[in-house]
Design a protein around this ligand. Structure first.
Ligand code: AMP
Length: 283
């Protein structure tokens, strides 16, 4: 039976019991409104660990003042049903007043990696993410935590934090789960109007087109970026960035780099969508 737990102490006690009987613990942090992308992370955690905890916490500190914290889709009942069907051990629903001390002053800043791309337009976002993930790791103490490549910059920020701070957890990454037309699954897709939903897959198609150009030996990266920004605008998007990067450290890629990721964010109306594609130039 899946347990629904809110109290931090109760999580700690349960994990201590599991540990004492030699069981490993997998952890999937989420903000809820679960879709198949989230569930693929949960299944991976179940495959790799004896026990699995999924947290659902819409983290206030990673939203900017003009962002969608209060409107973010909250679907607790459906989420619990999905996790129950997968027979996860625990759904952890921490209370924000227990997570955050009102006079807390400690924050994690993964400098450099957090500054560009999504970090440039969302000031403080990655610090909010890194801080809450670190806190959740300290509460749950998992052996393994699973993240999605959908949020590629977030994944790199967390991997760097875990390395830099010697946090004893293995980070696993799962590929982006997509709708059949290529649109990356996201809780924010529910904000799209029917017309915008039809236009939305153009974001992924722009990544595929840039990847194809690079693999057919087009070395003019800034030109490729500009072409795709233009094409997104023609499709009704307001692009924020479209960047060909080195996969490992997200620095702008040069022609000699082989392991690449293309990151993009664009608005369709009021809805901000992000996507990326990772690939290697090595044959
Ligand atoms: P969120 O609830 O959106 O904060 O996401 C929780 C976790 O699910 C993060 O590790 C995300 O990267 C991951 N995730 C979100 N969407 C997808 C997707 N379409 N495919 C794979 N993982 C995803």
């Amino acid at each position: 039976m899946m347990q629904v737990i809110q109290a931090i102490d109760q999580i700690r006690q349960l994990v201590r019991q599991w540990r004492q009987s030699g069981e490993t613990v997998g952890f999937v942090p989420t903000m809820g409104n679960l879709h198949q992308g989230h569930l693929s992370l949960v299944k991976e955690a179940q495959h790799r660990a004896d026990r699995v905890i999924v947290s659902i916490f819409v983290n206030p500190t990673q939203f900017g003042p003009k962002e969608d914290f209060s409107n973010y889709p909250r679907t607790e009942r459906e989420d619990q049903e999905k996790l129950g069907q997968l027979q996860v051990d625990v759904v952890f629903l921490p209370d924000k007043d227990e997570v955050y001390f009102p006079d807390a002053t400690t924050k994690i800043n993964v400098a450099g990696l957090s500054d560009n791309y999504c970090g440039a337009s969302r000031a403080g976002h990655f610090s909010g993410v890194a801080t809450v993930v670190c806190k959740l790791f300290n509460i749950v103490k998992p052996d393994l935590a699973v993240f999605g490549q959908k949020d590629f910059q977030q994944l790199r920020v967390i991997q760097r934090m875990v390395r830099d701070l010697n946090i004893p957890v293995t980070i696993a990454a799962m590929p982006t789960f997509r709708e059949s037309d290529g649109l990356a699954m996201s809780s924010r897709n529910s904000y799209l109007t029917p017309e915008q939903r039809v236009a939305a897959p153009a974001l992924y198609l722009s990544l595929v087109a840039a990847k194809t150009a690079i693999l057919s030996n087009d070395f003019e990266y800034s030109q490729i970026e500009q072409q795709q920004i233009n094409s997104l605008m023609q499709n009704g998007f307001h692009p924020e960035y479209f960047a060909i990067c080195r996969s490992l450290d997200l620095q702008p890629a040069t022609n000699t780099d082989t392991d690449l990721v293309i990151l993009t964010a664009a608005k369709l109306g009021e809805t901000r969508l992000i996507d990326n594609i990772e690939f290697s130039k090595k044959s």
